[in-house]
Write a new protein. Structure first.
Lengths: 257, 368
């Protein structure tokens, strides 16, 4: 009897991620959804620059590796060339919310029919723990050794809130993968983000609050707690935009200008 | 005879791209290549193609990377500052062995420079432009007809060699109007079994990628790519020779500079000076053997260019410094008049006359 098996959409290549890193969970969720929807054969994934740079070795579908921050542009090219393919990007916070901000905003503004997975762990992991656009105020990193000082480096970027104010995107949700309940919600969000593309609804982005024990200087269990105590208060979980379901930011509601 | 239409060079590029089967164009506005994007914006929706105005040149070239990965013929166009922005993406295309056509309608630089024609991106184009060991195949049209024919060739070369190809035009060749025939034989597009079209459950996954963390593997990838480049050098060089049969003073020029040079060659010939012109059509691979062969009869070479002495380096390398090489140039958006080039020919002629050992003063100091 098989009680546990790897999703078909994951290859046999062993992950290179650190102990306690939640990239593995998110990879698995994405792969499980690809299996469930039966779309592996027509899916094309875009790997970022950052910790998930080698995601092209981990997913069984066709994959490409984009320049830093440019995954939404690469995905746009792939999708426009073969609209029948299901195209997703998998990006970290430096990639999506710093160097690739323009590509993110404009793919969302165009309501490009792609699916974006945004792993927000509030730090640059691959390069060894520098301050990210999403690092919290006061967070100590290699390049904010005295804690992030907003008077010097501004405030962390809230991507779902920011993109929500655009007319374009179909669906924006922020989830976390630090406990079973949150993981289940994340699975549903990932599935919806793919289903939207299959249904031709347009741009869907799922922001996943994720743990980086290595660069946060915490144990894996402390790191999962830190998502609850530090990250979620600043980055509230929930659906920020779901046009089809009528969930829109206040500024889009009737009676507002 | 095939029907000809009067067209701007930039429009001829766009129409030829469509004829070559290009249905995907991604660009960002910049002068003086505007007509290409405008033409594509008008035509693509009518023929089931994609025209997309990207948020930046950076995004545009990465959309090209995506579309090329998907296996379709794809093009972008820009002008000098925009090409600098695209250079990172061009390096990725080269590193992932992806075909694409990139048009550079050059303008004066550096920096924001100007909007008048220039050839000052010669180094950038022929040496790669972005980071890492790679080359682009670089084609240099000098007429509206060639804007069309070389565009079709560019798509064929890109697919044949799985490499990005640049059409290095300039503000003049892009803007000028000439009659052009589109009576081309279009060869069928090759199969692309490497493309990201979805595994359909029928094959292992395809990956387009330029990352190789193992230095041994990355070195071998580079070696392999340079073996391909050796083949390109061996088989794809193109040059036009104009009145070269007995030429003693040899002009080397491409694009718009070559057209002005032809007038100067004719004028010098009328005065009994055996002048000729070699016009490289491929700037990379550079037609070095044509130049080297010309040293047998030539007394001197003159590099005629709209830049501060870039093409001249390839002239010196190709002729192995067997003959003096002089520079005749304008820069910043200026174009040399036939008179300036004619004077350069006459100076080179007397400076290198048998029995003289007079040093030659570069003609580029004149006409300023």
């Amino acid at each position: 009897m098989t009680v546990f098996k790897k999703p078909h959409a994951l290859t046999d290549a062993p992950f290179h991620y650190c102990p306690g890193c939640t990239h593995g969970i998110v990879h698995r969720l994405v792969a499980e959804v690809i299996d469930e929807l039966g779309i592996e054969g027509k899916t094309v994934g875009v790997a970022p620059v950052g910790c998930a740079v080698m995601a092209y070795d981990y997913f069984s579908c066709d994959m490409t590796e984009a320049a830093h921050g440019r995954a939404p542009a690469v995905a746009t090219g792939l999708k426009r060339a073969n609209p029948d393919n299901i195209v997703f990007t998998y990006q970290g916070d430096g990639d999506l919310a710093s160097i690739g901000t323009a590509e993110t905003v404009h793919a969302a503004a165009r309501n490009e029919n792609i699916t974006v997975f945004f792993i927000n762990n509030a730090i640059y992991g691959m390069t060894g723990g520098q301050m990210a656009p999403t690092s919290l105020v006061g967070q100590v990193t290699q390049t904010s050794p005295y804690g992030r000082d907003p008077s010097l480096c501004g405030y962390p970027v809230k991507i779902c809130e920011m993109l929500g104010e655009l007319e374009g995107p179909e669906y924006l949700e922020r989830v976390a993968v630090n406990n079973v309940k949150n993981v289940k919600t994340a699975y549903k969000a990932i599935k919806k983000a793919f289903q939207n593309q299959i249904d031709g609804r347009g741009f869907s982005l799922v922001e996943v609050l994720s743990a980086c024990p290595t660069n946060w200087g915490k144990t894996p269990s402390e790191a999962l707690k830190w998502i609850d105590t530090a990250m979620i208060p600043y980055y509230p979980l929930g659906v920020y935009r779901d046009r089809t379901a009528g969930i829109l930011p206040d500024s889009f509601k009737e009676g507002t200008v | 005879m095939a029907e000809k239409v009067l067209m701007k060079g930039n429009e001829a590029i766009a129409e030829a791209a469509i004829l070559a089967g290009c249905r995907h164009y991604f660009g960002y506005p910049i002068t003086p290549q505007t007509e290409i994007a405008a033409y594509m914006a008008k035509r693509m929706p009518k023929i089931g193609g994609t025209f997309l105005q990207a948020e930046s040149e950076v995004a545009a070239i990465n959309m090209v990377y995506g579309a090329s990965s998907a296996g379709v013929r794809v093009m972008t166009s820009s002008s000098s500052p925009g090409i600098s922005l695209k250079s990172e993406g061009i390096s990725y295309l080269a590193g992932a062995d992806l075909p694409a056509v990139i048009v550079n309608a050059q303008r004066g630089g550096p920096g924001l420079g100007g909007i008048q024609p220039s050839q000052s991106d010669y180094f950038q184009a022929t040496r790669g432009g972005g980071h890492g060991d790679y080359h682009l195949i670089v084609l240099a049209p000098s007429s509206v007809q060639e804007m069309a024919s070389l565009t079709i060739k560019a798509f064929d070369l890109a697919d044949k060699w799985r490499a990005p190809v640049m059409i290095l035009a300039d503000g003049t060749t892009g803007q000028m109007m000439e009659p052009v025939s589109f009576d081309f034989e279009i060869s069928p597009q090759p199969e692309k079994p490497w493309a990201l079209t979805g595994t359909r459950g029928a094959r292992p996954h395809n990956i387009t990628n330029s990352l190789y963390l193992s230095p041994e593997v990355l070195e071998e990838k580079n070696f392999e790519r340079y073996r391909k480049y050796d083949e390109i050098i061996r088989t794809e060089k193109m040059a036009e020779e104009y009145r070269m049969e007995d030429a003693e003073i040899v002009l080397v020029a491409f694009g718009i500079a070559a057209r002005v040079s032809k007038n100067a060659v004719d004028a010098a010939r009328k005065e009994g000076v055996k002048a000729g012109l070699i016009r490289p059509i491929t700037l990379w691979p550079f037609p070095s053997d044509t130049l080297l062969k010309a040293t047998e009869k030539a007394r001197a070479f003159i590099s005629v260019e709209l830049s501060m002495g870039q093409l001249i380096e390839d002239v010196k390398l190709s002729t192995e410094c067997r003959r003096p090489v002089y520079l005749c140039n304008r820069a910043g958006g200026m174009i040399p008049l036939p008179d300036q080039i004619h004077r350069a020919i006459m100076e080179a002629h007397s400076a290198t006359a048998p029995g003289t050992s007079v040093s030659f003063s570069s003609c580029n100091k004149e006409d300023k």
